[in-house]
Design a protein around this ligand. Sequence first.
Ligand SMILES: *[C@@H]1O[C@H](CO)[C@@H](O)[C@H](O)[C@H]1NC(C)=O
Ligand SMILES: *[C@@H]1O[C@H](CO)[C@@H](O)[C@H](O)[C@H]1NC(C)=O
Ligand SMILES: *[C@@H]1O[C@H](CO)[C@@H](O)[C@H](O)[C@H]1NC(C)=O
Ligand SMILES: *[C@@H]1O[C@H](CO)[C@@H](O)[C@H](O)[C@H]1NC(C)=O
Ligand SMILES: *[C@@H]1O[C@H](CO)[C@@H](O)[C@H](O)[C@H]1NC(C)=O
Ligand SMILES: *[C@@H]1O[C@H](CO)[C@@H](O)[C@H](O)[C@H]1NC(C)=O
Ligand SMILES: *[C@@H]1O[C@H](CO)[C@@H](O)[C@H](O)[C@H]1NC(C)=O
Ligand SMILES: *[C@@H]1O[C@H](CO)[C@@H](O)[C@H](O)[C@H]1NC(C)=O
Ligand SMILES: *[C@@H]1O[C@H](CO)[C@@H](O)[C@H](O)[C@H]1NC(C)=O
Ligand SMILES: *[C@@H]1O[C@H](CO)[C@@H](O)[C@H](O)[C@H]1NC(C)=O
Ligand SMILES: *[C@@H]1O[C@H](CO)[C@@H](O)[C@H](O)[C@H]1NC(C)=O
Ligand SMILES: *[C@@H]1O[C@H](CO)[C@@H](O)[C@H](O)[C@H]1NC(C)=O
Length: 342
Amino acid sequence: MRIPLLSWLFLIPILVNFFGIYMVLASGQCQRDQQSLLLQMKNSLTFNSSLSVRLVQWSPGTDCCTWSGVDCDVAGHVIGLNLSLESISGGIENSTGLFGLQYLQRLNLAFNSFNSAQIPPRFANLTNLKYLNLSNAGFAGQIPIGISDMTRLVTLDLSTIPFKGGDHVLNLENPNLSMLVQNLSELRELYLDGVNISAHGNEWCQALSSSLPNLQVLSLIYSFLSGPINSSLVNLQSLSVIRLDWNNLSSPVPEFLAGFPNLISLSLSNCGLYGKIPKKLFQVPTIQTLDLSSNELHQSSLPEFPQNLSLWTLILTETNFSGIIPDSIGNLKNLSRIELVF
Ligand SMILES: *[C@@H]1O[C@H](CO)[C@@H](O)[C@H](O)[C@H]1NC(C)=O
Ligand SMILES: *[C@@H]1O[C@H](CO)[C@@H](O)[C@H](O)[C@H]1NC(C)=O
Ligand SMILES: *[C@@H]1O[C@H](CO)[C@@H](O)[C@H](O)[C@H]1NC(C)=O
Ligand SMILES: *[C@@H]1O[C@H](CO)[C@@H](O)[C@H](O)[C@H]1NC(C)=O
Ligand SMILES: *[C@@H]1O[C@H](CO)[C@@H](O)[C@H](O)[C@H]1NC(C)=O
Ligand SMILES: *[C@@H]1O[C@H](CO)[C@@H](O)[C@H](O)[C@H]1NC(C)=O
Ligand SMILES: *[C@@H]1O[C@H](CO)[C@@H](O)[C@H](O)[C@H]1NC(C)=O
Ligand SMILES: *[C@@H]1O[C@H](CO)[C@@H](O)[C@H](O)[C@H]1NC(C)=O
Ligand SMILES: *[C@@H]1O[C@H](CO)[C@@H](O)[C@H](O)[C@H]1NC(C)=O
Ligand SMILES: *[C@@H]1O[C@H](CO)[C@@H](O)[C@H](O)[C@H]1NC(C)=O
Ligand SMILES: *[C@@H]1O[C@H](CO)[C@@H](O)[C@H](O)[C@H]1NC(C)=O
Ligand SMILES: *[C@@H]1O[C@H](CO)[C@@H](O)[C@H](O)[C@H]1NC(C)=O
């Protein structure tokens, strides 16, 4: 029996799916256009060749899929680029090579020194990106609206280590946080440490909870947030890591924070929190790390600890904790770090 060519063609997508895992592991031979885009990019970037370990080695004579920092799919398309720590200082906004890499899914430019340049709006051209990491890359100024068009993003990291000081600050004013995340519904990890978000609890909580149903990791350390935390945040039931240290929340510790069924880590140090710590917070079965240090918490005792908690790090330094530790702390079989006294 002869099977017409056309029906074989229909099989191709099925086979491609079937061998999907294989494709991710295997690296194809570089497509010529991909190689020239990468070389164009290398030429347009300004970097210190005595500090670069990856870019500096890219050479036209070899297959680009073997270059350090480059990942290809089996068809030889560039799908991942890791140029973190390459001492790149400029030339990105005119890098037609980079913005032409249409298959790119992961891009890491963390820890470079872009001298307070703006994040180029053209990142939006990379419509297949799932992972974008520009942390500590030296970008500053307003975050461009183009980022909000990258609707496939799963991980977005625009953090800058707080207190590195100066005016090297990224802002979210226009667009603000609400506009930035409005269409990023695939996002699972959001890191905006050190970004000036300047928003009130009712605004930033509402922005996140109405747009990011799949969010698991939220890191907004030193992001100029004010409080109190709005209970709409609890709609994000997949949240497992919440880091809001160094914001001025000036409120009691909300009890609803115990309402995340997957909560593993909660840190709220230096947040201007006051009052007593709600008992329930110590008793979330999944929680491993709880850091409430450097807040005006007037706690005279810790609650009883039920059996089988996962807690292994409890930090309550500089909180005016003064008092009784229940015997049931012995139930915390995993506890490896506890800091109570200031
Ligand atoms: C490149 O880095 C080396 C080693 O740190 C340094 O000596 C040199 O001045 C740098 N070059 C430029 C152009 O910044
Ligand atoms: C990217 O490169 C940096 C610096 O070499 C390295 O620390 C990091 O693990 C790499 N990331 C990935 C996902 O390979
Ligand atoms: C980028 O290209 C534009 C237009 O060609 C030019 O005006 C600008 O100076 C270039 N920027 C850099 C950093 O080369
Ligand atoms: C971003 O890249 C830096 C350096 O490679 C790494 O330390 C950091 O964990 C990355 N962030 C995410 C969210 O992967
Ligand atoms: C790339 O981005 C620029 C500026 O944002 C836009 O004008 C251009 O149409 C985009 N190109 C593609 C192929 O998306
Ligand atoms: C943060 O942004 C707000 C307005 O969006 C501005 O008034 C304030 O000066 C900024 N703070 C810093 C430290 O940049
Ligand atoms: C989000 O998507 C909607 C519908 O496609 C569009 O109207 C809106 O302008 C987008 N928002 C942003 C901030 O891009
Ligand atoms: C939470 O924020 C919404 C608006 O975003 C507001 O209507 C509501 O009153 C806030 N809840 C509290 C307890 O402040
Ligand atoms: C962003 O701006 C809109 C319109 O001005 C406002 O309704 C919203 O609360 C703001 N969101 C944040 C997080 O500031
Ligand atoms: C924190 O916020 C409260 C209330 O909004 C305000 O009175 C106080 O001055 C702020 N503290 C700091 C250090 O910004
Ligand atoms: C702790 O209590 C002492 C004395 O009651 C007070 O002077 C100090 O300011 C308090 N510190 C904090 C962080 O609340
Ligand atoms: C704690 O775990 C043990 C074994 O993992 C189980 O037998 C016991 O019932 C659990 N206790 C409670 C209070 O959940």
